[in-house]
Design a protein around this ligand. Sequence first.
Ligand code: SF4
Length: 356
Amino acid sequence: MPTSLHDLTFDELRERIVRDGLRPAHSARLWNALHLRADTDLLARTDFLPPLRRWLEANLGTEFHLDVLPIATQTPSGDGLTRKYLLKLQDGQEIETVVMGYPGRHTTCVSTQAGCAMGCVFCATGQMGFVRHLRPGEIVAQVLHAQRVLRQHGGRLRNLVLMGMGEPLHNYDNVMKALGMISDTRGANIGPSKISISTVGVVPGILRMAEEGSHYNLAVSLHGSTEAERAALIPANQRWPLSELIAACHTYGEKTGRKIFFAWTLIAGVNDTPEHAQRLAALLSGIRAHVNLIPLNETAGYEGRESIETTGEVFHRIIQDAGIPCTIRQRRGIDVAAGCGQLKAERRKRGEKSTL
Ligand code: SF4
């Protein structure tokens, strides 16, 4: 099986090119074509010098290939601000990438796994189970896809969230390698402070980020403020209990000095009362936190319903009155099932064959 050129970091690419007898300048030019210009057909280029061209002709298709992910389907939202792409991997698996428009900026939400092992009850991806981890190149390829799309409309990708299919910290090494390439100033150049990693609470991953002094934003999905309440929504709580998760968040904050974003999906009658809000505020005491309240994106596989607006506002006020910054997240793309937890559910609902 050929190796993806998108799996190689700048240094790895240079090492390989130099080992094959070419000058390092050729690897910089190739990296530029892959990661800055987001080329999809290297042999179509006419500006490569002969040694690089010969190297590509000799190696593409045999030893190396590119991660260019064909679009299986694409769906724009009614407001035209969000577009959901179902992208096909080489082995036939399908993943979702969402490009979201906000005033003056664009954000892309990428997948890190095909399926997910975490099984959160309200999440369409979780209801499908785990298939496999994505390689670094498959994560990078989603960002390059978004850049090509935005370029056609004169836009530029500024923010990245790892909030699509999969649990990023369950695929730690591949995710971190991909993010290193995505934030490389010689390539896509999305700064670490513009990248958010969303986790359901994989404690070893959070501690590793703390140890490594990660500069990426960390978003932790809580949704429950007692062990039992959280475990009912997030089965992974049995493996990494809330008490251990909160302790890991304290460690992360102490070691990195960074704020942590806590996501709380508001589900009517399940976790949206004033008592829930008070318990959440107490739980986060001593952590530099920002709470994001997310109205539930309803899916066919979960009977929970979205909280009514006034309930969310009361919850919001209680958190803010406790001195914790809190926002109710703007939702994007709900009408095309591109909201968090809705990915792929729509195809299943329509009875289309799922490869997951
Ligand atoms: S919410 Fe995230 S971690 Fe939970 S099942 Fe869905 S994709 Fe996996």
